[in-house]
Design a protein around this ligand. Structure first.
Ligand SMILES: C[S@@+](CC[C@H](N)C(=O)[O-])C[C@H]1O[C@@H](n2cnc3c(N)ncnc32)[C@H](O)[C@@H]1O
Length: 312
């Protein structure tokens, strides 16, 4: 038994019949003493800044969210207003604080096997997928990693270790990627993980790690994480993917940004590869003749890059 297993013995299926209740949840911001105010113009400055940095469109209804999430940072730096905080983060020397602001203003909600139909659909679709090259999946807005590890559990079941496959998770949020790489989650996050996967790929924390579980090393080794802004003018060099999960992120972008992003995703897909978007999202409002010519719809929110298109 290695050191990791001593700390995280494997889950046994019996533990999960008990339906235990845990108080731990996803990281939340601690409460802070008082809120600052923000004028419409100041809000617009933050709106433009986050749009330029990430493509995220913050509607006016998110004004209080900006105030509540950033007030603590204003105080942390001994500043007295959001206007001064804006000047602070836009100064070239404060790139670290700029990243913290981006982290605070993104919405990172996620959980294991979110929208489970996608994983069932992939189990139907992927056994027929060409096997002559390593299978590469991309969780393109992976948040804290649950989506990438859910995909990895599914691929391990489908392909095992006999076939080369890997998952790349990327996100704009450095804070979320840190959680993803650690692969330690509160125990209540096991709620949606199928029991057979729990016993195979999850290690229950004991002693100082009680109340948590960790994704097992054989799965962690298949999943890599990298910081990436999907709306940066140029996506850094990435391989072509057989499967891209672009789920629950389009919703934060305006139509031109969504359209550009779908074009980028098509470029990153191998011909015959699959693109999945969130169930609350759709491509119909975006459909340009190019998108239509290159993607076919397999099921609602599941698309496939046509084999006859170039690139890949
Ligand atoms: C709501 S979460 C979705 C997570 C996961 N895909 C899911 O469906 O559960 C949206 C994620 O998109 C990320 N995000 C937002 N804008 C981004 C951008 N421009 N580039 C990369 N990631 C971005 C956020 O940091 C956040 O983690």
């Amino acid at each position: 038994m290695n050191g990791e297993n001593r700390q995280y013995p494997l889950f046994c299926s019996r533990c999960f019949k008990l339906g235990q209740v845990y108080l731990l949840g996803h990281p939340i911001l601690p409460p802070f003493p008082g809120l600052l105010s923000i004028s419409d113009d100041e809000f617009k400055h933050f709106q433009q800044l986050i749009y330029k940095a990430s493509g995220i469109h913050l509607p006016a209804t998110k004004k209080m969210l900006v105030v509540s999430r950033l007030s603590k940072r204003v105080r942390h730096h001994g500043l007295d207003s959001l206007q001064h905080y804006y000047q602070f983060i836009t100064h070239a020397h404060h790139a670290d604080e700029f990243q913290i602001m981006v982290d605070l203003l993104t919405t990172n909600e996620t959980y294991f096997f979110r929208e489970p139909e996608h994983f069932s659909q992939l189990k139907q679709l992927l056994p027929d997928y060409p096997r002559e090259h390593p299978f590469q999946a991309w969780s393109a807005a992976c948040s804290s990693g649950e989506e990438g590890y859910s995909m990895a559990m599914t691929l391990m079941e489908l392909f095992g270790t006999g076939r080369a496959w890997s998952v790349l998770g990327t996100d704009i949020s450095a804070r979320m990627l840190h959680i993803a790489r650690n692969a330690v989650y509160p125990i209540n996050a096991t709620e949606h993980i199928p029991k057979n996967y729990l016993s195979q790929y999850c290690l229950k924390g004991v002693r100082s790690q009680a109340g948590t579980f960790r994704i097992e090393k054989k799965l962690r080794d298949r999943v890599k994480f990298q910081q990436l802004n999907l709306n940066a003018p140029h996506i850094p060099h990435l391989p072509h993917f057989d499967l891209i999960l672009l789920r629950n992120v389009l919703i934060y972008f305006d139509i031109p940004t969504k359209r550009q992003l779908i074009h980028k995703m098509i470029d990153q897909l191998r011909p015959g590869g699959y693109l999945l978007i969130g169930h609350a999202e759709n491509l119909s409002s975006l459909s340009t003749p190019e998108i239509h010519a290159q993607l076919s719809s397999v099921a609602p929110t599941v698309y496939r890059k046509k084999l006859s298109t170039s690139g890949g």
